[in-house]
Design a protein around this ligand. Structure first.
Ligand SMILES: Nc1ncnc2c1ncn2[C@@H]1O[C@H](COP(=O)(O)OP(=O)(O)OP(=O)(O)O)[C@@H](O)[C@H]1O
Ligand SMILES: [Mg+2]
Length: 153
């Protein structure tokens, strides 16, 4: 039931660190914001940012074991918050890991640009991580063409 004064929506997914799930979460992210009638550019930027955060959790968080990852989406008027959380190995030096071209996985596919894209394609990014405990990446982006006037979307 809708609470009085509530504007917006939220959605939480829990998924395995399987590569197939990147596409599922990226597509869900696009559907979640579609009610805001975003431009193609907005939707593409948003999907890229979410995809990079999810890919990182899938690829880096559980190098030796399987593990669960959570994706939380919240919409308040036109402001979208996404939090991707894992309970994996964590990051020793978050500041360093966010520098362009920094990667700990020196394979052909990795260029160390994931955090740089997340920063470029969202309004705000907050990364919290503790070695051995896991990582959470919060992305905030306001999108959609309408006026920010508290309309009940
Ligand atoms: N969820 C995570 N758990 C553990 N380590 C992470 C996580 N996310 C990022 N990292 C660390 O931060 C580094 C930088 O991440 P970033 O996404 O910028 O680059 P990348 O994933 O290595 O390469 P690319 O994203 O370009 O494919 C990673 O190489 C990894 O060491
Ligand atoms: Mg990455």
């Amino acid at each position: 039931m809708r609470q009085a004064g509530e504007i917006g929506n939220s959605l939480k997914m829990v998924f395995r660190n399987h590569p197939e799930n990147e596409r599922i979460v990226r597509t869900t992210a696009a559907v979640f914001v579609s009610i805001l009638d975003p431009t193609l550019e907005e939707i593409s930027d948003f999907k890229t940012a979410v995809s990079e955060a999810v890919t990182n959790a899938i690829i880096h968080a559980y190098p030796e074991t399987g593990g669960d990852i959570e994706a939380y989406f919240k919409r308040e008027n036109r402001k979208i918050t996404v939090i991707i959380t894992d309970y994996g190995v964590g990051i020793k030096d978050v500041k360093k890991s966010m520098q362009p071209l920094y990667t700990t996985l020196h394979t052909q596919e990795r260029s160390g640009m994931g955090f740089t894209f997340m920063e470029a394609f969202s309004d705000e990014i907050t990364v919290k991580s503790e070695p051995g405990k896991g990582t959470s990446v919060k992305l905030i982006k306001t999108m959609g063409k309408g006026e920010e006037c508290g309309e009940d979307l």
